[in-house]
Design a protein around this ligand. Structure first.
Ligand SMILES: Nc1nc2c(ncn2[C@@H]2O[C@H](COP(=O)(O)OP(=O)(O)OP(=O)(O)O)[C@@H](O)[C@H]2O)c(=O)[nH]1
Ligand SMILES: [Mg+2]
Length: 179
């Protein structure tokens, strides 16, 4: 049985923990802790180590899903979590003060991993802020030499997250498919 690992990353509140919960076929493992300094981020807790979930593909393959913490103070986990991974899902919060800056920070931080594997980008909270548009993301990515799949994603919606994961898998290995 073939098993793969993909990693979800992105800034605080982008929806990494939520996305893994939405698509996991097993109860996800979370390491969220209450954080008093999180009030500004509109949510009471933040991931301090990792998220874990599992997707079963219809041909018996398994995709292990790992989520990183968004906070830079836990960035020692980022390298650890990418070990053995076949691709990166980068989630971005479109209500952020500067989503392009967030995007460049994470692409830059994970540049070595991405150049060895692949990346797909999901833009969340587009229902709350529709700018920048997906087209503008494509243009910005092109300027910095990237051409990954980019989708509007609501991390709470299984179908949205599943489509994003499939786009990553197809860009890595056209033979891989979802259930
Ligand atoms: N309105 C709206 N809310 C969303 C969307 N996607 C995710 N959310 C919400 O945004 C929040 C995301 O929180 P988390 O999943 O904890 O974010 P995270 O990326 O794991 O954050 P850290 O672990 O702190 O780095 C949750 O409250 C989700 O319900 C979206 O597309 N629209
Ligand atoms: Mg989280």
């Amino acid at each position: 049985m073939t098993q793969y690992k993909i990693i979800f990353t992105g800034p605080v509140g982008a929806g990494k923990t939520t996305a893994i919960k939405s698509i996991s076929d097993v109860p996800p493992v979370k390491t969220d802790a209450l954080a008093s300094d999180m009030a500004k981020n509109k949510k009471p807790s933040t991931t301090v180590a990792m998220d874990y979930g599992l997707m079963n593909l219809d041909d018996g393959e398994k995709i292990h899903l790992y989520g990183t913490p968004g906070q830079e103070r836990f960035d020692f986990m980022w390298d650890i979590l990418t070990l053995g991974g076949i691709g990166l899902v980068l989630l971005l919060d479109n209500t952020s003060a500067d989503p392009f800056k967030d995007m460049k920070f994470f692409l830059d931080t994970f540049t070595g991993f991405i150049s060895d594997t692949a990346v797909a980008i999901g833009v969340t909270q587009m229902d709350l802020s529709n700018k920048p548009s997906i087209n503008e993301y494509h243009k910005e990515l092109k300027k910095i030499g990237y051409n990954p799949p980019v989708f509007a994603v609501d991390a709470r919606e299984k179908n949205d997250v599943s489509l994003l994961v499939q786009s990553l898998l197809f860009s890595i290995e056209p033979g891989l498919k979802d259930e």
